[in-house]
Design a protein around this ligand. Structure first.
Ligand code: GUN
Length: 283
């Protein structure tokens, strides 16, 4: 078998053009979706991410602001700034780029965001809503994975989905979203014994560990769908995922490439969440 690609660039274009259209409709009613992005410090990867987020906002017609703070800002100063954004009616989404410097308590900062503006889906009340299966903002990367499965009309009901990784940003929310779609879900992690025995049973595998080649051809059932959330650099500095793409694509029915797979979907779902927040505001 040679796997079909799920192309995150193309799917992102389709979703973003729908977001643009809806944005225009909202603007006609006098509402411009607004996203506030906060970055603290000089982390080079974070700087690239936030630039891309702001650029994506411009492309779909959102209002956006980018507030850059030096790494010696105090936690209380940051909290004051978030409170201002909470009260600003032009802002429908607030995103604090992680990681924050060590002297700042990330949880306290995230919990200070008004849950109705938590478009990253990291607030405890968004996490609680996901656990309870009630409406709320879903974290963007796993939400993007769900959209990728929907794009191939994949019905998760009764399927065995295996998530490798248990991070707050991807693994855990991913497992809950798959459960919400009626899959039978297994979460594997660094202490899992005999990972291969579990992945071989999977109809869907989401690899979200941050380790090159955590999933190889011998670990995949023929016809399985494989989503690769990994963003790693190999010894030559080339961007690659967690999955041995060459080998696994001989076995899987569908696979996401890196780059060009899940990556672009994260910002796309951030735009979708911000639009949804602005729409709620307009009703
Ligand atoms: N750092 C790495 N990924 C993310 C993300 O999706 N959102 C935020 N806020 N920070 C991140």
């Amino acid at each position: 078998m040679s796997a079909m690609l799920i192309n995150g660039v193309e799917l992102s274009k389709t979703i973003r053009s729908k977001v643009s259209l809806k944005t225009q409709e909202l603007k006609n009613k006098g509402i411009t979706p607004g996203l506030a992005v906060i970055i603290v410090g000089e982390n080079p990867a974070s700087q690239v991410y936030v630039r891309n987020k702001v650029k994506a906002c411009e492309e779909v017609g959102f209002f956006s602001s980018l507030d850059k703070y030096s790494s010696d800002i105090s936690e209380s100063e940051l909290l004051v700034h978030i409170e201002k954004l909470n009260l600003n009616p032009k802002i429908h989404g607030i995103l604090v780029q992680l990681p924050l410097p060590e002297h700042i308590n990330s949880s306290r900062v995230i919990e200070a965001i008004d849950p109705s503006k938590d478009v990253d889906g990291f607030h405890i009340s968004s996490a609680g809503a996901l656990v309870k299966g009630i409406p709320g903002f879903w974290p963007c990367t796993p939400f993007g994975c769900i959209k990728m499965l929907e794009s191939i009309n994949y019905d998760l009901k009764g399927k065995h989905a295996v998530v490798i990784g248990r991070s707050h940003i991807v693994g855990k929310p991913m497992a809950l979203m798959l459960l919400d779609k009626n899959a039978t879900v297994t979460i594997c992690h660094s202490a899992t014994v005999n990972l291969k025995a579990i992945t071989l049973q999977a109809d869907v595998i989401v690899a979200a560990v941050g380790k090159i080649n955590i999933l190889t051809k011998d670990m995949v059932k023929p016809g399985a769908v494989v989503l690769d959330v990994g963003m790693n650099r190999d010894s030559q500095g080339k961007l690659c995922g967690d999955v041995d793409f060459e080998g696994v694509s001989e076995i899987a029915s569908y696979i996401t490439p890196v780059p060009g797979g899940v990556g672009p979907m994260t910002i796309t779902m951030l735009l979708q969440n911000t639009l949804d927040s602005a729409e709620k505001n307009s009703n």
